[in-house]
Design a protein around this ligand. Structure first.
Ligand code: C2E
Ligand code: CA
Ligand code: CA
Length: 625
């Protein structure tokens, strides 16, 4: 009472007192001063008997037992930490999830057991609770001693000492690993493409928006590349959807591998992919990057035991050069892709006005081509084909040359695709056919050895009706026999399953015209077409020949092509033969014919005539040299 009077403050206490029988009882008492104008004038007191000590202890111990069971049996992990992060207490659930006996955990810190990448975060949150005295809740990804990845919802509650300081922190960990897994799965489903696992359109738009916002702030550029496979439909049609899916997955993987970790590769559906590059510095060589991607995609694929080749085209748009909005950039990249596609397989195009020099180029080719035939700017050259066995020139391939007064010498690789897109190839192809047949007639005159002229045909010429009629009429008009010409077609034409191509080829063969597959090995290699179509000759692509001596796998492939051709009684022409070593390899492996700069480049008509009248071998065979 004196203390309350002196201090002028309330006081609560539990004090012992003896009862009438002399047993020690406990009393709970509460006293508060009575103030009048700031002066203590009396005390209000209140007291309650709370039983004897035994009773009190019993009550407390029951209660404690009750709480202890609650804590110990709790499904949540519970641990108490001191200021140094040492565990003062853990329950059995805690020990079980960490993967160690309870006793071993006492006095240890999280960095000792279990340790891991999550420790700094855990420490930081614990220190916050110690310093602020406020509870804290957060999610924690960690790995237990059995290396199992776990996610916990953690609640840290401060526990105070008598002075109101935080003495310890109680941690309650709820295991939400499964919840997290299903959350992640949901996220994956909503924002990722099921087939490839890449981000889908929704996530892409989100990333693109983010990238533009960041770039605006840091005054950087964002590059959007739209990637589309060439002739993907043909793969689907020829090999089935499962194979198509497998190819898409493989392409997705290659695309992801060929960009940096912070770039986004997304799939828009079909065979269309988007790459967002958020950190493009000024002067970054995007052309080089695009080329790298093209190269990554056109390496061969192993699909269902077949080797498949695929190429793609890329359209490129840039923030802020081309547009400031994600939707616009996607649209512009699409336009650029369209332009790239027009250029043929494996091309890329920029959208931006400053970078469309090549689009201009194309326009000039297009307008120049329209008058090229009428203005006599086209010429047919002939590249000799040599029989390995005799060393004699037994034929030639007709190759088109354009001397444009405006553009100079334009290589066919540049103008043929334009002619194909514009349909001018029909007229041009008919002209080539006529020139070639005329030449064949002249070179196969009476008493002369047979000389076969090979003529390149574009698939466009096959798609248009009337090819058979044109060929028949031309042979007749030029006096050329069917056996004097060979038609070169591309592998992709043979993926046509509607039977029209097969019928046409059969009709040519019935006339006595032979058919060669050009650039063999670079196409889709659906080998069964070799049996299904009337094919007489395979022309091994020059990329294989040029790899001889450096690339053992390709060399094996060349051998394999030669033995396949043997099975089907087909002739083989090696294209692009440049060295004596290549000649030796091809001869040793029983290749029939060679064509290439080792022997001769393509020659003008007159030069070819001179060569044929001389009849001297172009070069001695290397083994005889
Ligand atoms: P192609 O049918 O594969 O023709 C072979 C190409 O390889 C020719 O290029 C030829 O000059 C070149 N070549 C020959 N020997 C060698 C060599 O030893 N080394 C190297 N590096 N190259 C060699 P060209 O004449 O530029 O023709 C390119 C392509 O243009 C042809 O490829 C063909 O697809 C197309 N083309 C040419 N003329 C015609 C034509 O009249 N009609 C059609 N539709 N396409 C044609
Ligand atoms: Ca050819
Ligand atoms: Ca070729």
């Amino acid at each position: 009472d004196q203390a309350v009077l002196a201090a002028g403050q309330s006081k609560y206490a539990v004090v012992p007192y003896p009862d009438a029988q002399g047993r020690r009882h406990w009393m709970e008492s509460w006293k508060t001063p009575l103030l009048e104008e700031g002066r203590v004038v009396g005390i209000i007191g209140y007291g309650r008997d709370i039983g004897d000590r035994q009773q009190l202890d019993q009550t407390l111990s029951v209660r404690e037992q009750h709480y202890r069971t609650l804590v110990e049996q709790s499904a949540d992990m519970i641990a108490r930490y001191d200021r140094e992060g040492r565990r003062l207490y853990v329950n059995s659930a805690f020990a079980a999830l960490v993967g160690v006996e309870m006793e071993r955990l006492h006095g240890t810190t999280p960095s000792q057991i279990p340790g891991g990448d999550h420790i700094p975060l855990l420490r930081r949150h614990m220190e916050t609770v110690f310093s602020t005295g406020e509870p804290l809740e957060f999610e924690l990804d960690w790995t237990n001693l059995g290396n199992r990845p776990l996610t916990s919802l953690v609640r840290f509650t401060p526990e105070f000492d008598g002075e109101g300081r935080v003495a310890s922190v109680l941690g309650q960990y709820r295991d939400i690993t499964e919840l997290q897994a299903s959350r992640r799965k949901l996220h994956r489903l909503a924002f990722h493409d099921e087939l490839t696992g890449l981000p889908n359109r929704a996530l892409l738009q989100d990333r693109l928006r983010q990238a533009i916002t960041d770039a605006m702030w840091h005054k950087r550029s964002v590059c959007v590349m739209m990637v589309d496979l060439d002739k993907f439909k043909a793969v689907n049609d020829a090999m089935g959807h499962a194979a198509g899916d497998e190819l898409l997955r493989a392409v997705a993987h290659r695309l992801s591998e060929s960009v940096r970790a912070y770039d986004t590769v997304a799939r828009l559906g079909g065979d269309e992919f988007i790459i967002v590059m958020p950190e493009v510095r000024d002067g970054a060589d995007l052309g080089r990057i695009a080329n790298k991607i093209l190269r990554a995609v056109d390496q061969p694929y192993q699909i269902q035991g077949h080797e498949i080749y695929a190429t793609c085209c890329i359209g490129i748009a840039l923030y802020p050069n081309d547009g400031g909005d994600g939707g616009d950039l996607l649209k512009y990249a699409d336009t650029a892709l369209y332009l790239a596609k027009q250029e043929g397989r494996g091309a890329f195009r920029f959208y931006s006005k400053t970078l469309t020099a090549s689009a201009m180029d194309r326009l000039m080719i297009e307008s120049g081509l329209r008058h090229a035939l009428a203005r006599d700017e086209m010429e047919l050259h002939f590249q000799p084909q040599i029989d390995f066995a005799s060393g004699a020139v037994v034929g030639s391939e007709a190759l088109l040359r354009w001397h444009s007064p405006l553009l100079g010498q334009v290589p066919p690789d540049r103008f043929i695709p334009v002619a194909e897109d514009t349909g001018m190839i029909i007229e041009l192809g008919a002209w080539v056919l006529r020139q070639a047949c005329q030449a064949a007639s002249a070179w196969n005159g009476p008493g002369r050895p047979r000389h076969k002229v090979a003529i390149n045909l574009s698939s466009r010429q096959f798609q248009r009706p009337g090819l058979l009629e044109t060929v028949t009429a031309t042979l007749e008009a030029t006096g050329c026999r069917p056996g004097w010409i060979e038609l070169e077609i591309t592998e992709s034409l043979l993926l046509d399953r509607d039977g029209r191509v097969a019928d046409l080829l059969a009709a040519f063969r019935a006339m006595g015209i032979t058919i060669a597959v050009d650039d063999f090995g670079t196409g889709y290699s659906a080998l069964n077409y070799l049996a299904d179509f009337a094919i007489d000759t395979l022309k091994i692509d020059k990329s294989f020949i040029q790899a001889l001596g450096t690339d053992r796998r390709r060399a094996e492939l060349v051998k394999a092509i030669l033995s396949i051709a043997g099975c089907f009684h087909q002739m083989v022409v090696a294209e692009g033969v440049e060295t004596a070593e290549q000649v030796r390899f091809l001869r040793e492996n029983n290749c029939h014919f060679a064509q290439g700069w080792f022997y001769s480049k393509a020659l003008p008509h007159a030069a070819m005539t001179a060569l044929l009248t001389e009849r001297a071998p172009l070069r001695p065979a290397p083994s005889e040299a």
